[in-house]
Design a binder for this molecule. Structure first.
Ligand code: TMP
Ligand code: ASP
Length: 239
């Protein structure tokens, strides 16, 4: 597969065209941002961790019946993925109260939630990705009911699969964000896209509750690279 011209540069990844129809190459950067790009920095080696961790988890999810955009790992930082039209919703699943949920509802971080929850943010940087409900998403024509139903079903399935997997490696899956896309080469079928990494999940050590995710960068907790490397090692990707 040939890597052709750059199509897009996001905050953490670049996307390139390829000579294969409906396939792009994603190139993961070490750049890190938080608070809608207000805080900027770099996390050495993050691109490698996020690329390889995402691919590992997407393969696991595919095996468990969740369709994803994953095609082929090209290098430590590059992956071939199906070209999709991204549904402009950030889909957030929470098992334990943290972050904006704790703030908004006045619940102490670390409080177990009675059931896993789902929420949506409207992916719109100018508006600061506001919280949105499923009726709003339908009203704004961001997705159809059928797509929203499929997205909910897959998101909770991802939670089940990942919770069980992380539990085995001593990590608590507190919450995470997913993005879905429409596979135009396959009738617009909804598939999991973007990434699953310490950038997009809250991951706590099961024993010490130490944060092994991007909150170390967002909150200036130090040892940011160590946290990413620790997740990489626990997944057995360092060997
Ligand atoms: P929140 O508690 O700040 O709403 O974050 C919920 C989850 O979503 C957390 O695992 C971090 C992830 N997340 C992203 O992946 N991208 C974002 O822009 C934000 C705000 C959160
Ligand atoms: N990536 C997001 C941004 O730069 C925020 C985050 O992950 O906290 O706005």
């Amino acid at each position: 597969m040939k890597k052709l011209e750059q199509l897009y540069e996001g905050k953490a990844k670049k996307v390139f065209a390829t000579d294969v129809e409906n396939v792009c190459i994603v190139d993961y950067k070490d750049d890190a941002t938080a608070f809608n790009g207000l805080k900027k920095g770099s996390i050495a080696g993050k691109g490698v961790v996020n690329n390889r961790m995402s691919n590992f988890l997407f393969k696991l999810l595919e095996a468990k019946g969740v369709p994803t955009h994953f095609v082929e790992e090209i290098s430590d930082r590059e992956t071939a993925v199906k070209k999709v039209e991204i549904v402009p919703l950030e889909v957030i699943i929470r098992n334990i109260a943290a972050g904006s949920f704790s703030k908004r509802y006045g619940v102490e971080e670390g409080t177990d939630l009675a059931v896993p929850t789902i929420e949506f943010s409207y992916k719109n940087d100018d508006l600061g990705d506001p919280l949105i409900n499923d009726y709003h998403a339908l009203a704004l024509k961001l997705a159809t009911w059928e797509e929203i139903d499929t997205i909910k079903k897959y998101a909770f399935k991802v939670n089940e699969v990942l919770k069980e997997y992380f539990d085995k490696i001593g990590v608590i899956l507190v919450d995470f964000k997913l993005e879905f896309g429409r596979d135009r080469s396959n009738g617009g079928k909804i598939i999991l896209a973007d990434e699953i990494s310490p950038d997009t999940c809250r991951l706590w050590d099961a024993v010490t509750k130490e944060k092994l995710d991007k909150d170390r960068f967002r909150r200036d907790l130090g040892n940011v690279e160590d946290a990413y490397n620790e997740m990489f090692a626990r997944l057995g990707l360092d060997k």
